[in-house]
Design a protein around this ligand. Sequence first.
Ligand SMILES: *Cc1c(COP(=O)(O)O)cnc(C)c1O
Length: 353
Amino acid sequence: MSRYWSPIVKDLQPYVPGEQPKLNKLTKLNTNENPYGPSPKALAAMREVLGDGLRLYPDPNADSLRGCIAEYYQLDADQVFVGNGSDEVLAHVFHALFQHGKPLLFPDITYSFYPVYCKLYGIPCEAIPLDEDFAIQVADYTGINGGIIFPNPNAPTGRLLALADIRRLLEVNNETVVVIDEAYVDFGGESAVTLVNDYPNLLVIQTLSKSRSLAGLRVGLAVGHRELIEALERVKNSFNSYPLDRVALAGAEAAIRDEAYFRECCDRVIADREQLRSELNTRGFDVLPSAANFLFCEHRSEAAADIAAALRADGVIVRHFNQRRIDNFLRITVGTVEQNQLLLESLDRFFGA
Ligand SMILES: *Cc1c(COP(=O)(O)O)cnc(C)c1O
């Protein structure tokens, strides 16, 4: 702390991202990255823009990428917003679309960036407990609020809420914006994008970081009613006119156009997730149902912290949250078949099998 800090900075409680180890021989199953590389077509498109053109600013409105996303979802381009990772898109949503005088509602167990943004933007919040099975009950979200946000599937639980439930929530909550953060929806969820023309207060957030293997490129997006998008544009153009560089614009568009590669990677992750689930079951874990690229599980006799430490000693990193209700759970990203095997072998050593 320094006397030169502003009062706001003194009070911030920044988000702590999962570890990005410098050693690459580690088996990294802690931050839900895709184990497969980006689309070869996306890589080629990015190489193509590496040249003299980089002396020029990128398109501040990202018209070509927004048009491509609009076409993909059969929407208009003015219903699409893009940003430097969905974390940046989310920050603009907190700034632009939540009513700052009333509490923002989100689950007690959820993406831990939400309370951080509340602090940054001075938004009060109320954590709504998940039920005993870690499911969201939409009936719990009907109180006075300045907005509602949750991931679907939820993180770090992986549990999916049916589209019918989201529709039910939107029917009763039409005074404030409802944000569905679909970071993992491509691994088995049903996107709420199909509802945006029915509900002017619905905003859907997606990212290219997980299902399109581009966490290193930083591209996220929002789709919704054009007036919601206009609010995001107003904040963005008061903050940074060029959040996406030329490389990101080219790579993102090519990645979205390569549907076959995208589907193939997602299908592989889904199949390996179910295989890993049954292997974890066999080893004494209770595993929550998951529609994401990770599994959230609790061992029936060993403590999560001890298991995580033993895995780490073997060079396998998983995520353990020191948080009430989930401190005995591990969140394990689905890796390649080989990575999942290394995880299981390390578990077998720990359990003395
Ligand atoms: C990974 C993740 C994000 C952030 O994605 P980026 O686009 O990489 O910033 C947002 N929300 C949830 C729930 C996530 O898991």
